[in-house]
Ligand binder design. Structure first.
Ligand code: SAM
Length: 261
């Protein structure tokens, strides 16, 4: 069973997350175990202070090292094989392949910063990985931890119901997912593509692959660069390329004529 522990000064934020949807079902199915430790409980002073002013001056507060170290040690005690990850904007950027990598871990200890961040000394020895969920700044690591937990849980065998298959999800095969339709067959003059109503499985499969390739090409072409294409995918792209070539031919011919005149 995959275990997640979130180290945070706001455990209530993540506690609500365990109680809904896929995460709740995965916990009930005993595919994951999720918990949070309050960093404040590991503060060493009477007032349970977890932050202090930065050495060298400047604005904002820094999370003190002792409570963080205490929380990490406590999490490690129950999850010795877990990967210790700091959520930070300077980390490697999270994506589906990082999600697959993390899904192979026995557990994840997710350390959430707040304020201006954490004392640098925590990163030397106590942290094994640094992950960002994108090039923007959040006020704390909790949302980032929840994003990672949700994306990773989806990949754990048996965590999703049979109806929520992941193999067709965007990025699972390096492409964006095909377009979806449900009833009614006509909505505001827009018709569901005929082939999807045909019951012809092979044609539906082909249509979905074309839809998937088309979306990827138009919306995220960089995903196609460097991705190995199978024969069928190459055939489809070649068909489009020939079609585009045919459309452009008259213009290319007239340009050549113009060049000669
Ligand atoms: N001063 C820091 C900087 O410029 O990199 C930002 C600190 S941010 C306000 C507070 C905390 O939110 C960070 O310590 C980190 O844990 C979390 N955080 C903010 N943005 C994040 C992101 N894009 N990915 C992951 N964690 C993030």
């Amino acid at each position: 069973m995959m275990e997640f522990t979130v180290l945070t000064i706001f455990p209530e934020m993540v506690a609500a997350f365990w109680e809904h949807g896929i995460i709740r079902r995965a916990i009930e199915r005993k595919k994951i175990f999720a918990s949070a430790l309050n960093i404040r409980d590991f503060a060493t002073d009477r007032h349970q202070v977890t932050d202090d002013r930065p050495y060298g001056g400047g604005s904002g507060m820094i999370m003190k090292p002792e409570p963080l170290a205490g929380a990490i040690a406590a999490a490690e005690k129950t999850m010795p094989a877990a990967r210790k990850i700091l959520l930070t904007p300077r980390g490697r950027v999270f994506n589906q392949s990082v999600a697959w990598e993390l899904a192979a871990c026995e557990g994840l200890i997710l350390v959430c910063g707040r304020y201006e961040g954490i004392d640098e000394r925590i990163c030397h020895g106590l942290i094994e990985d640094e992950i960002s969920i994108g090039d923007y700044i959040l006020s704390g690591g909790e949302l980032a931890a929840m994003v990672i937990i949700e994306a990773v849980t989806r990949l754990i065998p048996g965590a999703l119901g049979a109806d929520d298959a992941v193999e067709n999800d965007s990025f699972s095969n390096g492409l964006l997912e095909y377009a979806h339709y449900t009833r009614p067959p006509v909505f505001e003059d827009q018709h569901v593509p005929e082939v999807l109503l045909s019951g012809h499985h092979r044609k539906i499969e082909n249509w979905r692959l074309e839809s998937s390739l088309m979306r990827t090409l138009l919306k995220r072409p960089e995903l196609l660069h460097g991705r190995e294409l199978n024969n069928r995918e190459r055939e489809i792209l070649k068909k489009w390329s020939d079609e585009i070539q045919r459309i452009l031919e008259p213009y290319q011919r007239s340009k050549k004529r113009g060049d000669c005149e």
